[in-house]
Design a protein around this ligand. Structure first.
Ligand code: ME8
Length: 649
């Protein structure tokens, strides 16, 4: 088996880590753990990007040196990785002497090979994006920085350039010959599209007079190197010592956010080619975590703090959610409602329940030991087949970096395990005194738990360790056959591994009191109130008494699913959890303004006591509130997160 090398971007130390950073790092950790579990020699690198204008500016603001700032800030990343159970093999900081020495050697090598030259350079410079833009790019962005939207200034500098344009053909040929070197395919096509336009040379220096915080060019000490040239080199600088580490390089899988894909392909691949090295095996660009439709980012301030999520749910629940909620490569809207929902359904209910049953039943009936493997019936063999199928699906999807599909595959086994308990009814076997069959059934259940938590050990390492040790297994064991536990080994039964939560933990919502879900039976129906269209002045309305308003029962609801109405283009059919235990079906005339997929996970306001009505053959058990009258502009959602079923008044 070839070795396995996985990297994350090195994160800027200008601010504290948020869920976006945790995402890439958790994904890399899950892959590293997975390959280690499979016996593959693995190296997992992460680190911090400590030079450049962003860091310099953040340090200036705090009145300290950039080095002191980086020394303090990089520890925040390390502390979060410790809390998230991230098992990296090395953490590289770009201010470390080993990295600086490597970058200077690389610059010297490229200089000696004639890959660098000096020339005057003029362009629109954006300090916020730390780069120059062309006239056309700035014009297209309305005279502002196309990346950040901040003002740009016209600068002329004498700078050093890398002959990147010379690599255009080679880059295209390399990508064509190795189509999997950029994933997903859509991202590869984007890079190819970029490469079809003329490729310019890359300005790789900054005069020290403008930016002192960087690595000096060894052959031109009045300049420091461009932060991306410095940062990208980390993936190889970390493999220099001991030299044997370089065996990992040809196997590199580099995870990056989609925003930094061009740097990691066009720039990075051509730098490597110029240095006589091969590009990484694969660069995988994942999507963004969004908050209310916008990329979660430090500059916008719409960030979720991982520490708060870990305090509320535990590290493993956060790790699981990040990987299970969206296909790797796509964007995902982060909502507390969706988190709670997935936590309760997948973790507390499905797998938590399964492991709880596996250890509570032998305690009650079998003296808390692993029972012997008995004669297997048709149903037992079917469950065994599910285990084989589910674990192969997990494996196949982990190989293509599709965590969500891998977990969905494994969940087939988790659900089958719970169903098997229901159908085999061990409580009835116990009552009837069928001890041997009871032992066989419980053994099979324990094996399902052992298999599921062993595969999950790369996603939920802490909980897996805990559950496996309750069954007497010291290490995860990926063999799906139901005879791997040690017969007669003591089984310990303790608290549920994932506690069910009734509402979003208070520490995560505002400090304002959250109105609890109403349990009272709804009073008689009242007609819905129609709002005037937004483009007409609001006409004076007839006044009503408070009691009339109070007839209206409004609740918050979490959209669980949304689909097009099979018979009406205008309508969507939603399943909405309004805290009643069973979701409501609501048919809403919003198909013209909303894509079904974007509604899933959103919290909406539902008129809960409207008489059910059939809309083109489907009964609607309520109505959504929306603004804009007949031309709906927006559905209404609460300003702050509230649990489904909260009273709205
Ligand atoms: O770009 N959703 O550092 P950075 C998903 N130092 N992932 C996100 C995210 C979001 N909303 N926000 C950030 C840099 N990320 C450079 C990298 S590498 C040689 C130099 C993740 O601190 C994602 O992995 O801005 C993204 O690529 C990375 O954080 C950017 O982190």
């Amino acid at each position: 088996m070839p070795p396995f090398y996985v990297t994350t971007p090195i994160y800027y130390v200008n601010d504290a880590p948020h869920i976006g950073h945790a995402y890439t790092t958790v994904a890399a950790d899950a892959l590293a753990r997975w390959h280690r579990l499979n016996g593959r020699e693995t190296f997992f690198l992460t680190g911090t990007d400590e030079h450049g204008q962003k860091v310099q500016r953040a340090a200036d603001k705090l009145g300290r040196t950039p080095q002191a700032h980086a020394d303090e800030m990089h520890l925040r990343f390390k502390a979060l990785w410790a809390r998230l159970d991230i098992q990296y093999d090395d953490f590289i900081r770009t201010t470390e002497p080993r990295h600086v020495a490597f970058v200077q050697d690389l610059l010297q090598k490229l200089h000696d090979r004639g890959e660098l030259y000096q020339a005057p350079y003029s362009g629109w410079y954006s300090t916020s994006a730390e780069r120059f833009w062309t006239d056309e790019e700035v014009a297209a962005a309305g005279g502002l920085c196309p990346d950040t939207g901040s003002p740009v200034e016209w600068l002329t500098e004498h700078n050093w350039f890398f002959r990147m344009s010379a690599y255009q053909e080679r880059l295209m040929a390399h990508i064509a010959a190795n189509p999997s070197c950029i994933q997903p395919d859509t991202r590869r096509n984007e890079v190819l599209g970029y490469l079809r336009k003329p490729l310019a040379d890359l300005c790789i220096s900054r005069p020290k007079t403008r930016l002192a915080w960087g690595i000096p060019l060894p052959f031109s000490p009045d300049y420091v190197t461009y932060v991306w040239f410095d940062a990208l080199s980390n993936y190889v600088s970390a493999l220099q010592d001991p030299p044997a580490r370089m065996v990992f390089w040809p196997e590199a899988l580099q995870l990056v956010g989609k925003d930094i894909l061009t740097f990691h392909t066009v720039y990075w691949f051509s730098m490597l080619m110029a240095a006589g090295m091969s590009p990484p095996k694969q660069v995988y660009a994942h999507g963004w975590w969004l908050m209310t439709g916008k990329k979660m980012s430090k500059s916008i301030g719409n960030v979720i703090k991982p520490d708060a999520m870990i305090d509320a749910y535990g590290a493993d629940a956060l790790r699981y959610f990040l990987l299970a909620a969206v296909p790797f490569g796509g964007d995902g809207e982060f909502t507390h409602e969706a988190f709670l929902h997935r936590y309760n359904s997948d973790l507390a209910n499905d797998i938590g329940n399964l492991s709880h049953r596996a250890t509570s039943m032998p305690e009650k009936w079998l003296g808390s030991v692993v029972p012997a493997v008995g004669v297997q019936t048709e149903e037992d063999r079917e469950l065994q087949a599910v285990a084989v199928r589910a674990t192969s699906a997990f494996t196949a999807n982990m190989e293509i970096v599709q965590f969500k599909a891998a977990l969905e595959g494994l969940w087939e086994l988790v659900r089958a395990g719970n169903k098997y308990i229901d159908s085999q009814a061990p409580w009835a076997l116990n009552k009837r005194g069928e001890t041997e069959r009871l032992g066989t059934v419980l053994r099979n259940v324990m094996e399902v738990v052992r298999v599921a938590y062993s595969y999950l050990a790369c996603v939920t390492p802490g909980k897996s360790r805990e559950v496996l040790s309750r069954l007497g297994a010291t290490e995860p064991d990926l063999d799906p056959t139901f005879d791997r536990l040690v017969t007669g080994h003591p089984v310990s039964h303790r608290d549920p591994i994932f506690l069910r939560l009734d509402a979003i933990p208070e520490s995560l919502v505002s400090t304002d009191p959250v109105v609890p879900a109403a349990a009272a039976a709804p009073p008689p129906a009242a007609p819905p109130v129609a709002a005037p269209p937004a483009d007409e002045p609001a006409a004076p309305v007839a006044q009503i008494e408070y009691d009339d308003f109070a007839k209206l029962q409004l609740r918050t609801g979490l959209v669980l699913t949304a689909d097009k109405h099979p018979k009406a283009d205008r309508l969507l059919v939603l399943s909405v959890d309004i805290g009643e235990g069973k979701p409501r079906t609501i048919v809403a005339g919003i198909a013209a303004v909303y894509d079904p997929a974007e509604l899933v996970g959103k919290t909406v306001i539902v008129v809960a006591n409207l008489k059910p009505a059939k809309l083109r053959g489907i009964e609607s058990q309520g109505m959504l509130l929306a603004a804009g009258g007949s031309d709906i502009a927006s559905i209404l959602t609460p300003y702050r997160p509230v649990p489904p079923g909260s009273v709205v008044k």
